[in-house]
Write a protein that binds this ligand. Structure first.
Ligand SMILES: Cc1cc2nc3c(=O)[nH]c(=O)nc-3n(C[C@H](O)[C@H](O)[C@H](O)COP(=O)(O)OP(=O)(O)OC[C@H]3O[C@@H](n4cnc5c(N)ncnc54)[C@H](O)[C@@H]3O)c2cc1C
Length: 298
């Protein structure tokens, strides 16, 4: 099937892009096109206008200040993987994007496209929630900043309103003794869509776990934080976070009460529960180990 005709806009400034984007109803932004062009080709979506965001330098930039790492939405997964700023400050994000698709997909696909497609199986969503990232959303009238955890409303539905673009992803630099880990399970060894994924962050201070996030992806329409499991983990004795311990099992079992997995072509709900249990145990162990072994720049 051919891609239907559309008018292609290629603005060079964000101001121009927002103006064009807000001026028409049948219009969509395009970054790498690895999701959007597939959907257009399949006839699932149709637009008379596409606005490329790829010639706008500020949307393609990775930068940092004392407290935050800033990633423009049009930064590709490969660029994130190779970025020293990302690898030195938020290494689990560099690892996560390394699991996305194939080399070709990672060279074209962007972090903003992954977040804005808002597929239930999107791999960057759980890890960005675990890192407590914010997003910047801009329209021609204003820019606002909000926690990424509030951005995902449903499968393929974000909180972006008409005329709004995702313009920045802002990730706090982890405090000392923070460990973060992402693990996904797919049906193939490589280039595999997640059947389930888990992102865990753990902050340790004075030999106590003082803060944690446990986020399950690809099991519901949006990523799901696991408050019961986080409560068990934050109250756990760190000495008990060892392979085979009852504490690890309690954390994983608590998480299973926090999620209500879907049945779909990639796996049944029960299959997902079994996988999530295994992924959580592995992710908690690794995040905990990293909390004292990684020399995180602060
Ligand atoms: C073979 C294959 C394998 C894949 N494997 C994986 C995988 O393992 N894990 C995974 O998570 N994904 C996977 N994907 C999905 C896809 O590659 C990613 O979601 C990718 O990051 C999308 O980025 P993009 O730049 O190509 O987005 P586009 O296709 O350009 O855009 C996606 C959507 O986001 C909107 N959009 C883009 N940028 C913005 C912005 N700044 N503001 C507002 N809206 C915006 C577009 O309008 C569109 O609706 C795979 C896709 C393919 C084809």
């Amino acid at each position: 099937m051919y891609i239907p005709d559309f008018k292609y806009h290629s603005p060079e400034t964000l101001e121009e892009a927002l103006k064009v984007f807000g001026s028409n109803d049948s219009i969509a932004p395009i970054a790498g096109g690895t999701d959007l062009l597939v959907e257009i080709k399949q006839g699932v979506r149709h637009f008379e206008n596409l606005v490329s965001l790829n010639n706008i330098p500020e949307l393609k930039n990775i930068s940092e200040d004392e407290n935050y790492v800033y990633i423009g939405p049009c930064v590709t997964h490969s660029e994130i993987e190779e970025s020293d700023i990302v690898r030195n400050n938020i290494p689990a994000l560099a690892e996560t994007v390394g699991f996305i698709g194939s080399h070709q997909i990672r060279n074209s696909g962007t972090i903003g496209g992954n977040v804005c497609t808002c597929a239930s199986c999107a791999d960057t969503a759980p890890i960005l929630i675990a890192y407590e990232a914010d997003v910047e959303v801009s329209s021609a009238a204003e820019s606002k900043r909000l926690p990424i955890a509030t951005f995902f409303l449903n499968h393929h539905q974000t909180m972006l309103s008409k005329g709004e673009l995702l313009t920045n992803i802002i990730i706090p630099k982890p405090k000392p003794n923070t460990g973060v880990y992402f693990e996904k399970f797919g049906l193939r060894e490589s280039a595999s869509i997640s059947v389930a994924s888990v992102a865990v962050s753990i902050i340790v201070k004075d030999k106590k776990i003082i803060r944690t996030n446990i986020v399950v992806g690809a099991c519901a329409s949006t990523p799901k934080k696991c408050p019961s499991a986080m409560k068990v983990l934050v109250n756990a004795d760190p000495r008990e976070l060892v392979k085979g311990s009852k504490t690890l099992s309690d954390i994983a079992n608590a998480a299973l009460k926090d999620i209500f997995p879907i049945d779909d072509i990639r796996g049944s709900a029960q299959y997902r529960l079994d996988i999530v249990k295994t992924l959580i145990i592995k992710a908690v162990l690794n995040a905990f180990e990293r909390s004292f072994s990684l020399n995180i720049v602060n």
